[in-house]
Ligand binder design. Structure first.
Ligand code: CO8
Length: 260
């Protein structure tokens, strides 16, 4: 499919999805949100693609939030539909069997930070600034931020960031556990692709099971989470990848996983 606001590049088994609206700092209007959902759906359904990386075009912004020009004219019903559509994207990323890595190359604000935090993990450029400026616009996060941030950095820090709208540096975001690593801007995408390629060489049914167990487990009590883990763990023993992975270990060779 052809996209107006996204670049989709395939690097072997890794899909690199670039939000490409640099004149508006890659902000998310309805069209970008629809395209993101379509591109992620395409990636999930493509057996040749195993991991996705999301980044923003240009050096200034990952995604500077939802498109304020579009949002400014919304009524209550339209705002609800806009928020629900955005949440569809973050929910879809969570439910994808394939890991998604965010490479935050600049401003990740509001809906942009929500998009990054929906990913399985995040790398940021040294120059990146992250935050939730919604309250400075008279609104609040509506794309999952109020639910996700507290689970990642704790309620007190989430309250501080969201109530003040203050932006944090990449270093502070690293310290608070919002990002996994901070890199010089010129190395960010290569490093994210390198990590994605490393994951793509593993048994992806196992990766998908672990992603599901970790995410679902965060919303369960520990006993239910452990039970869910056991069921997913056992199901992998019906896979060719389990047989191949263990036989390759015993044969002292590299496993050739097929994802089956
Ligand atoms: N929406 C629309 N246009 C934007 C946005 C945005 N979020 N951010 C930047 N732009 C545009 C500017 O209007 C400007 O356009 P033009 O050149 O035509 O005037 C261009 O991008 C460049 O921006 P600036 O000139 O402002 O660049 P600066 O370097 O001076 O400032 C900033 C960079 C600090 C990032 C600044 O642009 C800014 O504060 N942007 C807004 C950030 C913001 O408030 N984001 C949160 C939006 S609210 C939100 O995301 C809510 C999500 C909840 C629901 C989502 C459902 C999907």
């Amino acid at each position: 499919m052809k996209y107006t606001n996204l670049l989709v590049e395939k690097r072997d088994a890794v899909a690199v999805l670039t939000v490409n609206r640099p004149k508006a700092l890659n902000s998310l209007n309805s069209e970008v949100i629809e395209e993101l959902l379509a591109a992620l759906t395409e990636i999930e359904g493509n057996a040749g693609l195993k991991v996705a990386v999301i980044t923003g075009s240009g050096e200034k912004a990952f995604v500077a939030g939802a498109d304020i020009a579009e949002m400014s004219g919304l009524n209550v019903q339209q705002a609800l539909a806009f928020s629900r559509k955005g949440q569809q994207v973050v929910n879809f990323i969570g439910r994808m069997t394939k890991p998604v890595i965010a490479a935050v190359n600049g401003f990740a604000l509001g809906g942009g930070l929500e998009l990054a935090l929906a990913c399985d993990f995040v790398y940021a450029a040294e120059s990146a600034k992250l935050g939730f400026p919604e309250v400075t616009l008279g609104i609040m996060p509506g794309f999952g931020g109020t639910q996700k941030l507290g689970r990642i950095i704790g309620r007190g820090r989430a309250n501080e960031l969201i109530f003040t709208g203050r932006l944090v540096t990449a270093a502070e975001a690293l310290d608070w556990g919002m990002v996994n690593g901070v890199l010089p801007g010129g190395e960010l995408l290569d490093r994210a692709i390198e990590m994605a390629t490393k994951i793509a060489g593993n048994g992806l049914l196992g990766v998908a099971g672990a992603k599901d167990a970790i995410r679902s487990g965060l919303d369960m009590g520990e006993a239910d989470g452990l039970n869910y883990e056991s069921v997913l763990f056992a199901s992998l023993f019906a896979s060719a990848d389990q047989k191949e992975g263990m036989q390759a270990f015993l044969d002292k060779r590299k496993a050739a996983f097929t994802g089956a």
